[in-house]
Design a protein around this ligand. Sequence first.
Ligand code: FAQ
Length: 302
Amino acid sequence: MDFQATIDADGRIEPRDAMPDGYRKTLIRQIAQHAHSEIIGMQPEGNWIGRAPSLRRKAILMAKVQDEAGHGLYLYAAAETLGVDRADLLDLLHSGKQKYSSIFNYPTLTWADIGAIGWLVDGAAIVNQVPLCRCSYGPYARAMVRVCKEESFHQRQGFEILHTLSQGTEAQKAMAQDALNRWWWPSLMMFGPPDAASTHSEQSMAWGIKRHSNDELRQRFVDMTVPQADVLGLRVPDDGLVYEDGHYRFTEPDYTELYDVVKGNGPCNQQRLSHRVKAHEDGAWVREAAAAYAAKKEARAA
Ligand code: FAQ
């Protein structure tokens, strides 16, 4: 079946199938950006591994951050099925030519931020990624299945951290509320610009890469999250929030802040990128050793 017929029949495009250049390029951009987000996303939480309030919390956080490295791996592998090399993708990240999610350019100031990341950021990631399990490109869709299962666990651990804090002392409850106040708006921005300003949505939806628009998913996230804030006894920092016709009407985030952060001017952009570049340079000897070992093994087998 040719490309368009497969898309029309809601089939899956596989690596060896013919595909338009634009489809391949869009997927490489989105999957690479997604992979970069996973590995840069390890940093804000990694900041708290050494300061987690108990051994149990430390073990859980380490497992979560490790899962994110795994998600990066599945995603770089999915991107490679499109004919690119992950070393090149990393170079594009390090030179600022490819992006990663805006959300990871905000600092994690208190332990409650780790709860807020799990609850809100992983929550937003799930809302965005569950439809990607039905993406028209097979390797991306299949990678998303396991990623979503793990993100669900991450979301619950974040909720549980905030639940514990919000049931604690006044100071702990205030810390949880402060984290929600700071992470709410950046979490809404994760879904991208509003539909009218989204350059790729229309084509990506026609190709079955995206199944819902940015605004549809943002609304879904708000509808899911507001009742959870009620359970926590926390207040979503939006005076415009009203329940109407089965949905929460909400105030849009300030998208000039999103554009600014994406351009590199967020509070932590420089720190995140320079830390990543340093980690990559420090790891050069591991890559060299692995390549030398593989070459030796191959020579021996020959
Ligand atoms: N940040 O035309 P659209 C995670 C860019 S979850 C930065 O609407 P599109 C899990 C966009 O690339 C986070 N850039 O674009 C985790 C485009 O740039 P270009 C990662 C953004 O692609 C949790 C331009 O703006 N998840 O990591 C953002 O159709 C906790 C125009 O936008 C994914 O990547 C943004 N927020 O829709 C890890 C999900 N929004 O190329 C650790 C897969 C937009 O024109 C801890 N990606 N841009 O220069 C997607 O679903 C889509 O790519 C969207 C954007 C929805 C993000």
